[in-house]
Design a protein around this ligand. Sequence first.
Ligand code: ZN
Ligand code: ZN
Ligand code: ZN
Length: 377
Amino acid sequence: MFYCGNVQESFQTYLDRMLRVREGLESRSIGAALITPGPDLAYLTGYEAVPLERLTCLVLQPHFEPILVVPLLEEAAARVSPFGAHGLPIITWSEVDDPFSIVASHLNGPSVVAVDDHMWASKVLSFRSVLRGADQVLAGTVISPLRMRKSDYEIDCLREAAAAIDRVHALVPAMLRIGRTEREVGQEIARAIISEGHIRVDFTIVASGPNGASPHHEVSDRVLTAGDPIVVDIGGTMPSGYRSDCTRTYVLGSASPEYREHYDALLEAQIAGVNSVRPGVPCEEIDRVPRALLDAHGIGKYFIHRTGHGIGLETHEDPYMVEGNDMVLEAGMAFSVEPGFYIPNQFGARIEDIVVCGTDGPIVLNHQPRELIQVEV
Ligand code: ZN
Ligand code: ZN
Ligand code: ZN
C-alpha cells in the first residue's frame, strides 16, 4: 500500500486514471490495454505486485469495466489493493489454467492491443499467440502522457522523497574518510537511505578519483585518498512508491585549482539549466542551456549524457531533457537537471537536483548545498 506521510492516493484517482487510459485507447482505435506488474499497474490501480513468471494482468477496454486477472495464490494480495478493496472485478486462475486464454476470452477480438512497456517478452509472445491477428503496440503511448503530468499529491510524494535523500547527503561528509573503500561508504549510505525513510535502496554511486569519470560507476574496492573528488549519486523508493535521485560532489581535503575551475563552470551550468525551466520551454532547451555553458568553458565534450530524465514511480521515465526532444514543458512535469563532466583517467563531477516545472518557473525539490563540498581530512 502506498503512503505519502500518512496520506494515501484516493481510489477516485485510480478510477480517473483508468478511465483516461480507456478514453485514450478508444481515440486511437486500440481494443485493449494489457498491463502487467510494474509502475504502470501501480499507477493505474494502486496494486504493487512483483513481476513474476505467473501472469497478473489488468485488462482495460474502452467500453468495459476494468478487470484484474491474477493467479489464485495472489488473490488475497490483490483483494487488499485499492483495486480489490473497492470491489472491482478480480478473476483468478489456477496452476493448471492458461491465463493468456482467460484474458483473451474477456476481449472482443481486438485488431490492436496495447501491451505494457515493461511486460516480459515471454508474456508478449504468449499474448501474440492467443490473440492471432491482433497488432501489438506499446501502452506507454497512452499512459506516459498521464504519468508525466504529476498531480499535487504526486509532487508532495516527490518532495518527501527529495527531503529524505537530502538528509542522507547531509550525513555523507562524515562517512568520507581516507582509507575507507567506496564499497564501505556505499553500504553506510544504503543503511542511511533506509533509516531516513525509504523502503528500498535503488542505487548508491560512490565514484572516487578517476572512477568519477564513469557516470554510472556504482562502487568498487578503491580506497579513498586525500585530494579525491567523489561523485555521490544516490536514490531510493519511498513508501509512496515515488523515487529520490540526487547527486552531490565532495572532495576529500582540497581539490586542484583546475578541478575547482571546472566545477565552478558546472555549478553555473546546472543553475542556468534549472532556471530555464518554465512552461512552454522545449525539453531540449533544458539540455542546451547547461551544455552551451560547459562548451564555452571548453569542457562540453566531457559532458557525455543528456541533462535529465523524468522521475516518479520510476527513476528514469518521460520526459527526457535531451537534444531532439521538442516536447514543451508543462506545469507538473518533474525531472532531474544533472549536468556533469567526465575526464577519462582523471576525475568527474555531477550536480543533480529534482525540479518540478511550476506555473511560472522551477520548483527545486533538493536543498543540500550544490557547491563542491570540502571534507576535512
Ligand atoms: Zn542515471
Ligand atoms: Zn542520479
Ligand atoms: Zn538522475
